[in-house]
Design a protein around this ligand. Structure first.
Ligand code: UN1
Length: 502
């Protein structure tokens, strides 16, 4: 199936031949997938008005009916898993297995949201007054702005979108400029679902294509009560400042700098597999990728030798081919940032293994690299920075307390894990004195989270929680209701206020 046929199968017939300034290039070979028109500032302003109108109707639909629409969307995703997965591979360079996995994550999210559409529960609260009842009700919030990154161009949007829709909110989606076709294809599949759905509500999803200035319109608009943004901490700080300036809400999933503590009692075979997947998977371009391996000194030589062998032999190449485990980096800038980080690591005393560009004869316009393993004696400045590439720092530790200190001594706080068979170490790691991250795992790596848990992290990761658990509450407003079924009016706190009534 060539690119044209792929886009056709996803309902985007002829889109790739359109003229436009937004050029989507595949990181696999640097070739153009197609050109698209960027939206204008006026169009985005219009999108906002459409969403405001759409909200007036959609908020009235019973939540289980909203869930039915997401169920239909899940069906479309199931039917087009192969094609959408391949398009994701084409635009991001992640291997096909991971492209499919991303669509599966969307399907799982739809299933979760469908169930949730019958469970938007509020509390019943004991009132201090006789013949009174208190309760909480959850109401739709309003149009939601979603700003999504290139590395999970569809799943991260879907975490937010599926919940926003069942919670009664239309969505405006500012997709990454690097992955516009994935956004359009996902929107097309949703359009197919809406055409099979009984309630017609236009503009439940509007896609915005273009640069940051378009995202800024959403971020600044008081008509968008919630902005959910995923990307770098740098971007997140700008979004937070702007949204806070209008007292709006933001939901941020930003940089990670995820570590594993590898202890003497660990199952090394298991740990090695976990390290490989979480450091090399998606070419190290997940927010949850493993970037720091904090190893007990007694295991250091053994593990570094194992990893050197694995890193040197892992199959890097065209991610559409079977057997390949690591595709290219997203672009030249990303390659250059990796090289700068490696250079700085050397300057700071690190010993670098791998990290060089490969396959440049076959793919002169793409950036394939050998994964880099960097042995550091301590956690220097570069180790504390997130480099979005297959780059793993190895740091030795002597005592468990020291390992925990190194672990938490970074500004990011997304995901973390420990490999241990010592129950006390495991429990300490998960305790309030342990990992300070939003995700803390035992005997599994930091990446590849299921959608059922709340996803997100602390510190410069932004504090937001998306996908599972009670993340849905982000997309709703809470009302506290007190109902009096007495014939008098007792006041709270026992206050007497005996006014003469006529
Ligand atoms: C991301 O890279 O921002 O847990 C998201 C994981 C995936 C999502 C990653 N489920 O690695």
């Amino acid at each position: 199936m060539n690119n044209h046929e792929l886009l056709q199968a996803l309902g985007l017939d002829g889109w790739e031949s359109k003229q436009g300034t937004l050029i989507s290039r595949s990181p696999i070979d640097g070739c153009e997938i197609g050109r698209l028109q960027e939206h204008t500032l006026q169009e985005v302003a219009h999108n906002i008005e459409n969403a405001v109108q759409s909200f007036k109707t959609w908020r009235l639909a019973p939540p289980p009916q909203r869930g039915e629409l997401i169920r239909l969307f899940g069906e479309e995703l199931r039917a087009h898993k192969e094609e959408l997965g391949k398009l994701i591979t084409l635009e991001t360079g992640k291997i096909l297995e991971e492209g499919r996995g991303e669509v599966q994550e969307m399907i799982d999210m739809c299933d979760f949201a469908v169930g949730l559409s019958r469970q938007l529960y509020g509390l019943t609260i004991a009132s201090e007054r006789p013949s009174h009842r208190m309760m909480e009700t959850w109401h739709p919030l309003g149009p939601i702005g979603i700003i999504s990154p290139f590395n999970f161009p569809a799943a991260i949007w879907c975490w937010n979108f599926a919940l926003a829709i069942v919670c009664g909110n239309p969505v405006i989606w500012k997709a990454s400029e690097k992955t516009p076709f994935t956004a359009l294809a996902s929107a097309k599949l949703f359009e197919r679902a809406t055409s099979r759905f009984s309630i017609f509500t236009p503009h439940l999803l509007q896609v915005v294509l273009g640069g940051g200035e378009l995202g800024a319109i959403l971020v600044e608009s008081p008509k968008i009560p919630l902005i959910s943004a995923t990307g770098s901490s740098h971007m997140g700080k700008a979004v937070a400042k702007s949204v806070a300036g209008r007292l709006g809400r933001y939901l941020l999933e930003l940089s990670g700098n995820n570590a594993m503590i590898l202890t003497p009692s660990a199952d090394l075979a298991l740990a090695t597999r976990a390290i490989s997947f979480s450091a090399l998977g998606t070419t190290g371009q997940r927010c949850t990728s493993l970037r720091r391996l904090i190893v007990h000194a007694s295991l250091y030589t053994e593990i570094s030798q194992r990893l050197k062998r694995i890193f040197a032999h892992v199959t890097v190449g065209n991610p559409l081919e079977s057997g390949v485990l690591m595709g290219p980096l997203i672009d030249q800038k990303s390659f250059e940032e990796m090289q700068i980080a490696l250079e700085q690591a050397r300057t700071e005393g690190g010993k670098v293994w791998g990290g060089e560009r490969i396959l440049q004869n076959q793919f002169p316009n793409a950036y394939y690299v050998k994964p880099a393993l960097v042995e550091m004696q301590e956690q220097t400045a570069i180790v504390q920075k997130e480099t979005f590439a297959p780059l793993l720092y190895l740091i030795p530790y002597q005592s468990f307390e020291e390992a925990l200190t190194i672990h938490n001594d970074v500004s990011q706080g997304l995901s973390s894990c420990i490999f241990t068979n010592d129950v006390c170490e495991a429990e300490i790691f998960l305790s309030s004195a342990g990992s300070d991250c939003g995700i803390a795992n035992v005997n599994i790596g930091p990446s590849g989270a299921e959608i059922g848990g709340a996803f997100g992290g602390e510190k410069e990761t932004g504090g937001g929680r998306e996908s599972g658990s009670d993340s849905w509450k982000n997309y709703m407003r809470r009302a506290t209701n007190t109902i009096n079924y007495a014939k008098d009016l007792p006041l709270a706190q026992g206050i007497q206020f005996n006014v003469e009534t006529v």
